[in-house]
Ligand binder design. Structure first.
Ligand SMILES: [Zn+2]
Length: 217
């Protein structure tokens, strides 16, 4: 599997190319900035982008869907909870509405769609082999904000438990470069992420208060 991490835009967004080394086809995750650069990187790696995967519909994760689709003809995938919201951004709308447990085939790679709401109602993570791409559900040693319209801290707690159930060796690829490292593992986050320590929803809710400034994020 080819995983290419790209730091783009002025909000420290990470975009990813996930490529199949056999067929040289690839998915791109969350294109929002510098579409020409993203396309050039795919070219440089000899990859053809066939799928655009949006972990959620915030503008800094979707705004380059249009130019990438126009250049490649790739299909746009987003969770059903946010499928309709894509219409609020620049065209085009989404092509495929995704649900928890759905899979996407990229050459010989099988991508597993995980619904991990909390930051937003349709926030999703994409698992493939021993890697998981988590959007804004998780940052290295932190989590995405849960005080936006559509955020739900209790859902975030449930999503954290879902991610914790993945093997400890799973590599985590976050949606922003907000942590001390650019990637982590499930096992590391179990030890290092303060938001992953509470074992009850009550304890998590205290920690995740929007005005809790003990922990920067
Ligand atoms: Zn977001």
């Amino acid at each position: 599997m080819i995983v290419h991490q790209m730091l783009v835009g002025h909000m420290a967004n990470f975009n990813y190319l996930i490529g199949d080394p056999e067929t040289r086809t690839a998915a791109i995750i969350d294109p929002a900035w510098q579409p020409d650069h993203l396309l050039a990187e795919a070219d440089r790696l000899g990859l053809t982008i066939t799928h655009i995967l949006n972990t959620h519909c915030h503008h800094d994760h979707v705004e380059a869907n249009g130019p990438i689709k126009e250049a490649t003809g790739a299909t746009i995938h987003i969770h059903e909870e946010e499928f309709r919201y894509l219409a609020h951004f620049e065209p085009p709308p989404g092509d495929v509405s995704m649900s928890d447990g759905d899979t996407i085939q990229i050459g010989q790679l099988t991508l597993h769609w995980m619904h991990t709401p909390g930051h937003s109602p349709g926030s999703s993570s994409i698992r493939v082999n021993d890697a998981v791409f988590v959007g804004d559900t998780l940052f290295v040693n932190s989590i995405g904000r849960t005080n936006f319209p559509g955020s739900e801290p209790a859902d975030m707690f449930a999503s954290i438990q879902k991610l914790k159930a993945l093997p400890d060796t799973t590599t985590i690829y976050p949606g922003h470069d907000y942590g001390p490292t650019q990637q982590s593992t499930i096992g590391e986050q179990k030890q290092l992420n303060p938001f992953w320590q509470p074992e009850s929803l009550e304890a998590f809710m205290v920690l995740a208060q929007p005005d809790n400034d003990q922990i920067e994020r």
